[in-house]
Each structure stands twice: as structure tokens, then as C-alpha cells.
Ligand binder design. Structure first.
Ligand code: FAD
Length: 484
């Protein structure tokens, strides 16, 4: 019987999985996941991602078993492991859904070349984005560097194809190859096990992803525009880790939202706003596709001359949520506890690191990479460069968030801060975003001793703002001098 190896990567789902679907039509299927931890890859998975992967693979293996199949796990260098498996199973073909990160593309190319040399057919499908990177272009055939015209053009292109059903049956090969035991990969943290907050907040897997989407559409989509900037409430979809791991495809989301809008036209505006956020994901992937160095290098080279400060103590205070700015600390502690952070607060903490502390955005990007359950090379790098002002269609550097005003605007009742910075929870909401402005009596009643129970602000906002603007001016002078 014709046998196909299906290489799972960031597509840990059975439904709308073009590679799996096609393989199932052709004959026997051997589903495989290879943990390639061997290459000296600086973007090796972070701790929160490894936790997610463990549970997502458990869920995928369970779903495959229900279909009469199995998930074969191998650890090692991708190319070597797949070649070995192809030989062991006598597979005539190896298929996958393409990754778009530079290392994924290179790895797939090497793999395809090696397999073709051994007369094993290969095919990469597109299933993880709405529009294949590089397919949405200006009239002149160029890549877009600004989001709005990119998304407008995408919306005018042929709509994404309807999602595929999960294959009805997965035929087993005549003999199953051996598989690693997932536990032997030690993806879960021990000594200490810091994953309690992750367990409370997340349940990886395709079934949860689908349920999360349908609950979001039924209960939250109609308030998305109004609620999405308020970190104290769960008004967004929380689909990002499921999307990153491909437990749900963007096409499934797109079509479910479109169908809802069709049934409830009043949901149109919120639905479009939500889909445009998926558009930012598409745009980030396009920018990474065009600029493979996005995660490591400033897209605007002027920023190579930016006078970043090296300050390990300040970086640590930021990472641990001990800056003395409550909204920043709440965000950083939410991240540490639950592996995520609300988008509005991601922007605030990133701006604080880059502009108030003058620390290079790449340090923040790395910290997020290790701690986020949705850590995603394209989205993370794109957004860090967006906040820094060094990226594509980025916020200008001189726009410096005031963390107190941001807190008062988006967390007016101080509920988000009270949840993640409990030592401030008894402060009057009007003071919770700037406890240093509280008088001695209010602090005493709330049990707050600044500098003891909660840090004093590590920098003064106005002074930090001036320092950031001076750094920007310095960079511009340097660039001018070089050009002269
Ligand atoms: P929703 O509001 O429900 O949005 C739906 C989906 O759209 C998200 O799941 C996500 O896939 C996509 N999306 C939303 N906002 C953005 C955006 N700004 N850029 C790209 N895609 C977006 N997102 C990640 O998935 N991984 C990251 O590593 C990541 N790092 C970030 C770093 C910084 C500094 C900032 C400011 C943002 C980052 N984001 C990242 C984008 C965004 O914060 C998250 O996608 C969002 O908070 C996820 O919550 P949600 O699924 O409820 O979003």
C-alpha cells in the first residue's frame, strides 16, 4: 500500500490540515513529530512553549488514536530522522504544511532535496496562513511595508478557501515504526515546576481551540471593539497560542466569523475588526518572509546607532515586575504567572523597557520568547520592532506611553493591577496607578510602604521621557554625521 509520512510541525490539528488530508486520500499514513533540538538554533523553543508542546502533542496523539492511527515521536536532526523513518516504513512520500520562519524554510528545503535524491516524493502545503506570504502585493508587484493597504488588498483578493474536514479515516501502515515516549523529552518543567499558572489558564489541543473559538464568537465578538483594550476583562479570543501551534487554522477562524456575520449582520463591524487582527498576524509573517533578519536586526538601520543602555539590574526589575509602575508590573507578573499578557499591556511594558529604560528591544523579545505560551517568531519580532519604532509601519519612537495615563485609561478601576499586584489591591483605584502620589494616610490604610512592600518608581516618567528623546536625537545626529 502507498504510505505517506505526514510531518506535523506548527499544525497540530486533524481538521483543515491539507497535508494530512491529502495523505489520507493516497493510502496509509504515518503521522510524525520530530523534536529537533540538535541544531545550535538561537530561537530554540522557550520554556512556556515546551510546556504547551507537551500537552498539545498529548492531545494530538489522543485524537489520532481515535482515528485508528498513532503519533510517532522522534527526537534528533529533522532531516536524519525523517530519512530514517522513510526507510523504516518504506514510505513513498513525505508531506507537511509549510512553515514560514527562515529556519523552517531552510530545513524544509534541505529535507525535500535529501528525500528527492532517494526517490521519495515530497510536497509542502499551505495551511497556516490565510494568504501565502508574498502573494499579497502592490499593483507594481512589490511587498507592502504598510499594514492598511496590505490588508485592504488582501480583502479584495480571492477569499481564503473553505476549511477542509478532518479525514474520515486514517489507514495504518502495515508495520508501525518505533516512537519515543513523550515523557522522555522532558518538555515539562520540574525542580521547580513553575507551570501551575499555565495549567490554571490554558488547555492546549485542537478540541479546546475549537471550543474557544465558538465561545468567543457566541459570547464576546459583539463587544470585541469596545472591550479589546481592557486588560481586566477577557474580551479577546485568547486564540493566539492555539494559532501559533496550529491547533486551529486561520481559515477555520475566518470562515466561522464570516458565517456568524452572515447570520448576524449587526456583528459586522466587530467581526471585521477581529479579522483585521488576524490581518496583523498575516502582515507580520509577510514582513518576516521578506526580511528574514527581522528577529535579530533593526529593519530601520538608523536604529543600529541608537545608544541603548546596558543595565542588567533594570532588565531584571522589568522581567520580575518590580519597576514601581503598577500597570507595567501587573503585565510582567501576568506573563510570569500565566504565560500570556494582554495586548494593550504588551505594548505598555515593551514601550517602558525600550523608552523609559533605554534597553534594546531584543532583550524584551527574548524574554517574551521564553515566557509566552504564544511565543511566535514573526508576531513577537514584528511587534517588538513596531513598539521600538525600528520596524515596518512602526509607531514612531517619539510617541512615548505614559504608564500612569495608560493604566488610568485602560484599567480605570484598577482591577487588573489589583489582580496581579496584590500588595496594591487596597489602594483607592484613583491612586493605584501612581501609588507614590498617595498621601501617607491612604498608603497606611492600604498597607502599602513604598520601597518596602512595593517598589518606588525606578525612573521618573518626565525625566525618562526627556532621556529617551535625547537618545533619539543622538541617534539622528550620528546617522547624519555618517552620511555627511
Ligand atoms: P485577539 O485580539 O483575539 O486577536 C486574534 C488573533 O489575531 C490573535 O490570536 C493573534 O494571532 C492575532 N493578533 C492580534 N494582535 C496581533 C498583533 N498585534 N500582531 C500580530 N498578530 C496579532 N502575538 C503572538 O501571537 N505571539 C507573540 O509572540 C506576540 N508577541 C507580541 C509582543 C509585543 C511586544 C506585542 C505588543 C504584541 C505581541 N503579540 C504577539 C500580539 C498580540 O499581543 C497577541 O497576539 C494577542 O495579545 C493575543 O491575544 P488574543 O488571541 O486574545 O488576541
Amino acid at each position: 500500500m502507498h504510505t505517506t509520512l505526514v510531518l506535523f510541525r506548527q499544525d497540530l490539528r486533524l481538521a483543515d490540515n491539507p497535508a494530512l488530508y491529502e495523505a489520507a486520500q493516497a493510502g496509509a499514513v504515518v503521522p510524525v513529530y520530530v523534536l529537533d533540538d540538535t541544531s545550535p538554533d538561537e530561537w530554540r523553543m522557550g520554556g512556556a512553549s515546551r510546556w504547551w508542546l507537551h500537552h498539545s502533542l498529548t492531545s494530538l496523539a489522543h485524537d489520532l488514536t481515535q482515528q485508528g492511527s498513532r503519533l510517532i515521536l522522534r527526537r534528533g536532526e529533522l532531516e536524519a530522522e525523517i530519512l530514517r523513518l522513510a526507510q523504516q516504513t518504506g514510505a513513498q512520500a513525505v508531506v507537511w504544511n509549510c512553515g514560514y520562519e527562515p529556519f523552517a524554510q531552510e530545513g524544509e528545503k534541505r529535507l525535500a532535496d535529501a528525500l528527492q535524491k532517494r526517490s521519495v516524493a515530497t510536497r509542502g502545503f499551505h495551511g497556516n496562513l490565510l494568504f501565502t506570504p508574498g502573494s499579497i502585493l502592490t499593483k507594481a508587484g512589490q511587498n507592502f511595508s504598510v499594514f492598511t493597504p496590505f490588508w485592504r488588498t488582501a480583502l479584495q483578493a480571492s477569499p481564503p478557501a473553505a476549511p477542509m474536514k478532518r479525514p474520515r479515516k486514517l489507514a495504518a501502515p502495515s508495520r508501525w515504526p518505533s516512537s519515543d515516549k513523550l515523557a522522555s523529552w522532558k518538555l515539562l518543567p520540574t525542580k521547580p515546576d513553575w507551570s501551575g499558572g499555565l495549567r490554571q489558564n490554558w488547555k492546549p489541543g485542537e478540541a479546546t481551540a475549537r471550543q474557544t473559538l465558538s465561545e468567543f464568537i457566541d459570547d464576546k465578538l459583539s463587544h470585541y471593539g469596545a472591550g479589546r483594550d481592557r486588560p481586566a476583562i477577557q474580551a479577546t479570543s485568547r486564540l493566539s497560542p492555539h494559532l501559533h501551534w496550529g491547533e486551529i487554522s486561520p481559515r477555520q477562524i475566518w470562515h466561522a466569523v464570516q458565517a456568524h456575520i452572515h447570520r448576524h449582520p449587526a456583528a459586522g463591524q466587530n467581526g471585521s475588526k477581529f479579522l483585521s487582527e488576524l490581518g496583523w498576524r498575516e502582515f507580520s509573517y509577510n514582513v518576516l518572509y521578506v526580511h528574514s533578519h527581522l528577529p535579530e536586526r533593526n529593519l530601520r538601520q538608523n536604529f543600529d546607532k541608537f545608544p541603548w543602555r546596558r543595565d542588567a539590574a533594570a532588565l531584571k526589575a522589568w522581567q520580575r515586575g518590580r519597576t514601581g509602575y503598577p500597570i507595567v508590573d501587573a503585565g510582567m507578573r501576568e506573563l510570569w504567572h500565566s504565560g500570556t499578557m494582554h495586548n494593550r499591556v504588551r505594548m505598555i511594558v515593551a514601550s517602558f523597557l525600550i523608552k523609559h529604560l533605554l534597553i534594546d528591544w531584543r532583550h524584551g523579545e527574548r524574554w517574551f520568547w521564553d515566557t509566552l505560551v504564544d511565543a511566535d517568531l514573526a508576531n513577537n519580532a514584528f511587534n517588538w520592532q513596531w513598539v521600538a519604532g525600528s520596524g515596518a509601519d512602526a509607531a514612531p519612537y517619539f510617541r512615548i506611553f505614559n504608564p500612569v495615563l495608560q493604566g488610568e485609561k485602560f484599567d480605570a478601576k484598577g482591577e487588573y493591577v489589583a489582580r496581579f499586584v496584590p500588595e496594591l489591591k487596597n489602594l483607592d483605584p484613583r491612586l493605584i496607578h501612581a501609588p507614590w502620589r498617595a498621601d501617607a494616610a491612604s498608603l497606611k490604610t492600604a498597607g502599602v510602604v513604598l520601597g518596602k512592600t512595593y517598589p518606588k518608581p525606578m525612573v521618573d516618567h518626565d525625566a525618562a521621557r526627556q532621556r529617551a528623546l535625547a537618545a533619539l536625537a543622538h541617534m539622528k545626529t550620528q546617522v547624519k554625521e555618517l552620511a555627511a
